[in-house]
Design a protein around this ligand. Structure first.
Ligand code: KG4
Ligand code: ZN
Length: 335
């Protein structure tokens, strides 16, 4: 029988400090995530503060992840760490720890792309099947990816301006909601209806790129107008719903066009915005009609976590795709 592969994953690309132990790429032994609530006060992530918090917490998180998995560092086969994209100071904390463990225990070091991680979060739901199309929607990224096999990524399109999650957070701020605002908009929308017809940029273009800045500006203007006429409070749920419906329509339409054009039967959703209930519902609905198999991570694996990094790292480990100790963060690491 083949030997089990145990990978330690480390993720510190933004404001979540996370370490996980994953067996054979799909079995979660532990996945400790510490979210930095401090950024709520500022309404966004302050890079220096994020890096300092990673530094303060990371050893504690490591100990907790090993303890929960009931393994020791000597049982681990390799260390997989996020190389980018992300905040350079934050990435550096994870990479420094990964290098230290790799050097002291002579373990292979594996550099993982954070966006690949968001796709592989679905690997914990069921074995990824290829070829597939993946829609990645997070706080920093929005892209459509085609994969013919493991670790093969072809970016079909991406956002030309703001990321999807970023727009959710900005719109939430216009609506005077706390940060990060995505989950609040999701919740408010449940009691709203389609009242405002907002721009759906690039919906009809024959490519897979996205643009959300026009929508963001339209919501800002709408809120200003409604505040002046004192109709804001009574319509806050309708604004949230109308905004969310516009975003989801563009995301689902483009994704289905890619699925059709690339002739795939597997669809993977990933990234923080994959937690959005309306997006999940619409994608599942459309996929059913087309007979597609949909992979959607559970809510705790949609947002940043190290389990997804360890999962990608397992396939890189099998390919012996290792890095040396000169590994550095790459804030714009392409997929
Ligand atoms: O993937 P993620 O944890 O971090 C990045 O890699 O960027 O994504 C965070 C984003 C935030 O913008 C947050 O507002 C959004 O995911 N988000 C949601 C929901 N839950 C989290 N957006 C819409 N609806 C949600 N339920
Ligand atoms: Zn992310």
């Amino acid at each position: 029988m083949a030997k089990d592969t145990l990978i330690l994953g480390i993720e510190t690309s933004c404001d979540d400090t996370s370490i996980a132990v994953v067996k054979n790429g799909r079995e979660l032994l532990s996945n400790v995530v510490s979210s930095q609530l401090v950024h709520k006060e500022f309404g966004g992530v302050i890079p220096e503060v994020a890096a300092r918090h990673h530094d303060e917490r990371i050893i504690f998180i490591l100990e907790k992840a090993l303890k929960e998995a009931a393994v020791a560092l000597k049982d681990i086969d390799a260390i997989a760490v996020t190389k980018g994209p992300g905040l350079v100071g934050s990435l550096l904390i994870g990479i420094s720890l990964a290098k230290a463990i790799s050097f002291s225990l002579d373990l292979p070091l594996i550099a993982v792309n954070h966006l690949a991680g968001h796709i592989y979060a679905s690997n914990f739901v069921s074995n990824l099947e290829f070829p597939l199309i993946s829609l990645i929607v997070s706080g920093g990224h929005t892209l459509l990816v085609y994969m013919a096999k493991h670790l093969s990524f072809e970016v079909l399109g991406k956002t030309l301006d703001d990321a999807c999650g970023e727009v959710f957070d900005k719109v939430a701020r216009f609506l005077d909601l706390p940060y990060p605002g995505g989950p609040y908009i999701d919740k408010l929308s449940k009691n709203g209806k389609l009242k405002y017809f907002l721009p759906k940029a690039l919906l009809k273009t024959k490519n897979y790129n996205f643009s959300f800045s026009g929508l963001k500006t339209a919501v800002r203007k709408l809120v200003e107008e409604l505040k002046e006429t004192k109709e804001f409070e009574e319509n806050i749920e309708n604004i949230a719903y109308s905004f969310q419906a516009a975003v989801v329509d563009v995301l689902v339409t483009k994704t289905m066009e890619a699925v059709y054009a690339m002739d795939v039967k597997n669809l993977v959703l990933g990234g923080g915005v994959a937690a959005n209930s309306f997006l999940r519902e619409k994608l599942i609905e459309r996929s059913k009609k087309l007979g597609l198999k949909v992979f959607i991570p559970p809510l705790n694996l949609c947002t940043d976590n190290a389990a997804m990094i360890a999962s990608v790292g397992t396939y890189q480990y099998l390919e012996k795709d290792f890095s040396d100790l000169a590994l550095n963060p790459d804030p714009n690491f392409p997929l």
